[in-house]
Design a binder for this molecule. Sequence first.
Ligand SMILES: [Zn+2]
Length: 426
Amino acid sequence: MGFDIEKASRAELRDIQDQRLEESVTAVYENVDLYRKRLDEAGLSPSTIDTTALTAVPFTTSADIRDEYPDGLFTVPTGDIQRVHTSSGTTGKPKIFGYTRDDLDTWSKIIARSLETSGFESQYTVLNPCKYGLVSGGLGWHDGLEQLGATVVPSATADMDRQIELIRDLTVDGLICFPSFALDLAGIIERQGGDPTELSISTITVGGEPTSQELRAEIAEAFDAVVTEHYGLSELFGAGIFTECEECQDGAHVWEDHFYPEIIDPRTDERVDDGEEGELVLTSLSKEAMPLLRYRTGDIATMTTDECACGRTHARISVTERMRNGISIDDTTVYPTEIESTFLTEPETAPYYRIDLQRTGQHDAINITIERKQGLDVDQSELADRLHERFLAELSLSVDEITIATPGTIDRTLGTKANRVYDNRE
Ligand SMILES: [Zn+2]
């Protein structure tokens, strides 16, 4: 066997990174006014920047991309841009992301590598219910699945009944979706009297919204399938750029021949040690149309460079939450995934919940509604009392009211991101 990039030594990876970083920095210095100005102000030139000197480079932010709307960060003439995607925001101008032909090829190869790492095989038939449109998800996965050699079922516009029919009739092996989609799919099949574990689906990769390990375990149990988590963001190609491996499911491998990851303390902007939590910052190493240096993702993560038991040497990142998802309640901040991973360890609870916030006088009230599991005899007030105590002990969260709801009564999102937090404070 020849050189295996997934198992390259850390030193070999560093050499590739240094070389590609210089190319990216040169491209933005020569073609993007914003970067030339910032690097000049910092007294840096492309030839002086390698991975050890990268900390001197100023961050790129989401606001920078908006300010440079639509094409201020492109390094190539618009004639060389083959596709654009945008951010998903519905207010104000979106962020625009450009791709050259080479970018689209690089991205589909990265996704194919991620899919293989998470257990997808070339002979698989895969349901891709992600939306094909301005946002990068559906088309990205489509190209990656074709690159892998799999059969793609682009089911985004089909209703749930049709999707279930296609899974059965085409003997679908794999599924790529939001975690809430997988849960909704299992729930519908169960309510129709079916059993999701009897479907042919053996491999599922979920992403697009933060989830707890406990919720992924619920999905694995519901389908009797291997469930891995993937991560992506349109600023750096898009969907599927990191993934957990099928073997270990212990943090997502970030492909370090294409990205340089850092974790920083968002208060001091300094790098934190391996294993410590902070904000994920990514530098692209192989993007052509729109390379980004030290992009602040706004995601909270930990990283380890310890070799994974699967033998891959690329760093692993666990993204725990989006910073903007934090719920500030009185003087503390709590995240929906923390609430989720607390109550899901109770055997009587189902993975459907909503969080309602209200202001009463000087106090912020937080009410949590959680569905109980189908077919279990649950003492609801005893379960609510136990959860009150656990939220207080484990999250220092004093919940005003916990309601245990009947199965099937909390709104399902059916193919869009789950909306779990309803903030009715002014
Ligand atoms: Zn691994």
